[in-house]
Design a protein around this ligand. Structure first.
Ligand code: SGN
Ligand code: CA
Length: 530
């Protein structure tokens, strides 16, 4: 069966032809089911929320009872990854089901999404679905394929946020962004949509994006907790020049005012102006609560005059606490959506998806931010509540990627998955029809945004269930190989080391096959020998 999986990298041409009837057959079956009871989709996505900060994945840091509810009653993907670890690129991959080089949105800084291309919301509309998105969009052009949308400009504002409306107006609203996006979404579900139609609702939050400004009611939380720094917080990046060249270090690059809120009249930092603009959005009542919380911490910080290791670890603690406050609000808001769906008896015909646009570093390697193909940012959380007819429960270990969401939604709606979609529907896993033997055995990744903020060099690579091969290119030509079983935190680059010849050869062949399968033009610039 393995050769019949469209995403197995070594698919022979004849076998590729053989999958066509299979796909339409499954689609026809879904269409039949959908006629009996149309399936709805609620696709909740956050920004920069990493699995380490979700208790169903990792119990070290914080409780996320509502997100855990999804995992408990549904499924939790334990090997869920992105294709290009950055917001705009991830969103484009999810909408199109294609890697960045195919959907054209390779980088936040230089790309503009071509909204005329096919996307899953457009296919769903054609199939009679009503589609809506509220929250972060971040693709430069305005949304297409939605019957209703209201999105924040660019990265959006946490406090008293602005929304772009369909008529072109940009209007600020009073309150905290995560709450407002939820309210708009629930209002659409209750009062605005056509209740005779199946729907796809995208609730896309700015939370947990930098600079982690908490809702004023959550400011006091987590202040009594001290977190142990990760084992590799003081990584020296030996054997990893791209990791050494990055500018996303908690010690060096977190801005004491913008990121850590230590506002002071005399201290100037590069991002002080941006911070003042963000907190300047608050009204006087909100600001009074905010200042009352931070002022004693600010006074204490400047009185201590920390430096070196002490300062780095102080920054880490504040970073962790602020991040967690923002997650807490998100988790509460996810709970409101789940309650609504439950109270309205909608869960038996609604697929609820929770994911993030990528993972994030919580001090691992000494970092915040994402971008690298290393585990913390290559991964993304993915949990789902399944409608009737899908029997899988608990952990799903098969390797999945954000290009898989579009075909999953299409198949659920009974729409035949177009051949140019590169992801593969997850429904066979969710129906418990396919197991690891019939699934893909590796994933492809390509990151492009360089030179740019955080200085993460361009790279591509392939990961299987044990090894990861990465090539950093552009102003560097450097290979890395990791044995994730022996070295799960990716501290030892074993590329070129004696004894790795066989595995290097195998991983090179997988990389070459993946680049061919996905038709990445980079392979012409850096051809891999047979
Ligand atoms: C902003 C942030 C970066 C972050 C990018 C991309 N800087 O530019 O730290 O990496 O967004 O994030 S900030 O000074 O504006 O906060 S993404 O998730 O949207 O891709
Ligand atoms: Ca992001």
């Amino acid at each position: 069966m393995k050769h019949l999986n469209p995403n197995t990298v070594t698919i022979p041409v004849a076998a590729a032809a053989a999958i066509v009837p299979l796909v339409s057959c499954t689609a026809a079956k879904s269409a039949e089911q959908a006629q009996q009871k149309p399936m709805n989709i609620v696709y909740i996505m956050t920004d920069d929320h990493t699995a380490q900060m979700m208790s169903c994945y990792d119990t070290r840091y914080m409780n996320t009872p509502n997100l855990d509810r999804i995992a408990r009653d549904g499924v939790k993907f334990t090997n869920s990854f992105v294709a290009n670890s950055l917001s705009g690129p991830s969103r484009a991959c999810m909408l199109t089901g294609k890697h960045s080089h195919k959907n054209g949105f390779v980088s936040n800084e230089i790309s503009v999404f071509d909204g005329s291309q096919p996307t899953f919301p457009k296919y769903l509309q054609n199939a009679g679905y009503e589609t809506a998105i509220f929250g972060k969009w971040h693709l430069e052009t305005l949304p297409t394929g939605f019957d209703r949308w209201e999105v924040v400009p660019g990265q959006g504002d946490y406090y008293n946020p602005r929304f772009i409306h369909e008529n072109g107006d940009t209007i600020a609203e009073h309150g905290y962004l995560t709450n407002i996006i939820t309210e708009k979404s629930l209002n659409w579900l209750e009062n605005e949509r056509d209740k005779n139609k199946p729907f796809a609702l995208l609730i896309h939050h700015k939370a947990i994006h930098r600079d982690w400004l908490a809702d004023t009611c959550d400011l006091e939380l987590f202040e009594d907790t001290n977190f142990p720094v990760p084992e590799n917080f003081y990584d020296d990046y030996e054997g990893r020049p791209a990791a050494a060249a990055q500018e996303m270090s908690i010690a060096k690059d977190l801005d004491i005012i913008y990121d850590l809120k230590m506002l002071n009249d005399t201290v100037k930092t590069p991002l002080k102006g941006t911070y003042l603009a963000f907190i300047g959005r608050m009204d006087s009542a909100q600001r009074a609560v905010y200042d009352a919380f931070y002022q004693p911490i600010i006074d204490d910080f400047y009185a201590k005059n920390l430096s070196g290791k002490e300062l780095a670890e102080w920054k880490y603690q504040r970073y962790m606490r602020d991040y967690m406050k923002v997650v807490k609000s998100l988790d509460d808001n996810v709970g409101k959506v789940l309650d609504y769906l439950e109270e309205h008896d909608m869960l038996d015909n609604t697929l609820v998806v929770y994911t993030s646009d990528q993972g994030f570093y919580m001090g691992e390697h000494g970092w915040f931010d994402k971008r690298f193909m290393y585990e913390e940012s290559f991964r993304t959380p993915l949990v789902m509540l399944l409608p009737e007819g899908f029997n899988r429960r608990g952990d799903v270990p098969e390797m999945v990627q954000n290009i898989d969401y579009a075909p999953t939604f299409l198949e659920l709606a009974g729409v035949e998955v177009p051949e140019d979609i590169q992801g593969v529907s997850l429904l066979p896993l969710l129906r418990d029809e396919k197991g690891p033997e019939e699934w893909r055995d590796n994933l492809y990744y390509h990151y492009y945004e360089y030179p740019a903020e955080h200085a993460v060099k361009r790279h591509y690579g392939v990961r299987d269930d044990r090894y990861k091969l990465i090539h950093f290119y552009n102003d560097i030509d450097h290979w890395e190989l990791y044995d994730l079983q022996e070295d799960p935190t990716e501290m030892k680059n074993i590329y070129g080391k004696p004894g790795t010849e066989e595995v290097t050869k195998r991983m090179m062949a997988k990389l070459k096959a993946a680049q061919e399968q996905y038709d990445d033009p980079i392979r012409e610039q850096y051809p891999i020998a047979d």
